[in-house]
Design a protein around this ligand. Structure first.
Ligand SMILES: [Zn+2]
Length: 129
């Protein structure tokens, strides 16, 4: 399971705010709830953002929930969910924050294809060879 970052929680909060009207009190309650949720999820986990070796700065999450497709000789083998990180100075991008297991594997057939299509349509697919 990927570690949930504060930026991901902020993204969730932004989505919540966009969906709601300007109800400040409710937004405040939601923020507190998200922070409690994060503490619980990340309890006991060490967490450090990736660091760009060239620029010696922490990278930031450019996009959460990208698909990484492991390619085999026969074609796509397994699909993983991860986060795309970027260096703010040099623009170097890496993928990190993988879950413990793939979301889907090729032997799942249609289900596998559907997941790949969803990542292509709504996020990003990165092939890993
Ligand atoms: Zn850099």
């Amino acid at each position: 399971m990927a570690t949930v970052s504060k930026s991901l929680a902020r993204k969730a909060l932004k989505t919540f705010l966009r969906e709601k009207s300007n109800d400040g009190e409710e937004a405040s309650c939601m923020r507190v709830a998200l922070e409690e949720f994060l503490e619980e999820v990340n309890k006991g986990r060490s967490y450090h953002r990736p660091v760009c070796t060239a620029c010696q700065v922490e990278m930031y999450p450019e996009k959460n929930g990208v698909g990484v497709l492991d390619m085999a000789d026969f074609g796509p083998a397994s699909l993983w969910d991860a986060d795309l990180w970027q260096c703010s100075k040099c623009g170097l991008q890496i993928v990190s924050g993988f879950g413990n297991n793939p979301i889907s594997r090729h032997h799942e057939g249609e289900r596998f294809e559907k997941f790949i299509k969803n990542y292509r349509d709504y996020s990003l697919i990165i092939e890993s060879r």
